[in-house]
Design a binder for this molecule. Structure first.
Ligand code: GDP
Length: 206
């Protein structure tokens, strides 16, 4: 896929403020500092696309961007901030769960994982939640250039093993580096190929 245009649409603090679900949608989520903004900027070739995304403690919003006038890229607020109040955690939970359950044009959620670490409980718990909610998702291992090929391989293997202990199969998986551009073509290809699952009356997830 060639990215011809990427424009900011809106930030929503409630699901009913999101744009009409009239195009295929792909959302990105991960722990704070996982490299989400860098990955999004790398994907659409724009340095400041994800600048709008919340810093810890700021309002948590669902940020929509329109890509090629064709599909929505969504930057979701992250989890795992250390210094966040219980009230904000509860708000995040409600916001994310309602987005994931109710957003009928959501084709796939990309869950970002720092490739430098072995599985973190909150990442696994989050994926478990997604699976139970019937949400199609993919894993994206970030910062692969920092970890190096061997470490990425090792950490991914531990991840796979942990997931396969309770899951039948593994989700689609991408290894990325925002600084080197790795994984960009693969993710954009995946988006191109899965867009056909979008239906106006969306029956995909039901
Ligand atoms: P976010 O909080 O998830 O949006 O994370 P950021 O995109 O702001 O990245 C957090 C830090 O990791 C920043 O210092 C980035 O420069 C760095 N970073 C993000 N992705 C990569 C990557 O692929 N390679 C390297 N070397 N650094 C990265």
């Amino acid at each position: 896929m060639i990215i011809k245009s990427a424009t900011y649409v809106t930030s929503s603090s409630k699901i009913n403020q999101c744009p009409p679900p009239d195009r295929p949608e792909y959302a990105f989520i991960g722990r704070s500092n996982v490299g989400k903004s860098s990955l999004l900027n790398m994907l659409v070739n724009m340095k400041k696309l994800a600048k709008i995304s919340g810093t810890p403690g700021k309002t948590q919003t669902i940020n929509h961007f329109l890509i090629n006038e064709e599909w929505y890229l969504v930057d979701l607020p992250g989890y795992g901030y250390a210094r966040v109040s219980q009230k904000m955690r509860d708000h995040w939970n409600r916001l994310i769960m309602s987005y994931i359950r109710e957003r009928e044009n959501l084709i796939s959620l990309f869950v970002l994982i720092d490739s430098r670490h072995e599985p973190i409980a909150s990442d696994l718990e989050f994926m478990e939640k997604m699976a139970l909610g019937g949400v199609p998702f993919a894993r994206v291992f970030t910062k692969a250039d920092k970890a190096g090929e061997r470490e990425v391989g090792k950490n991914k293997a531990v991840h796979d093993k942990t997931m396969l202990a309770t899951w039948e199969s593994l989700p689609p998986t991408f290894i990325t580096s925002a600084s080197k551009g790795n994984g960009r073509d693969e993710i954009l290809d995946y988006i191109s190929k899965t867009m056909i699952f979008f239906k106006k009356d969306n029956s995909l997830r039901h």
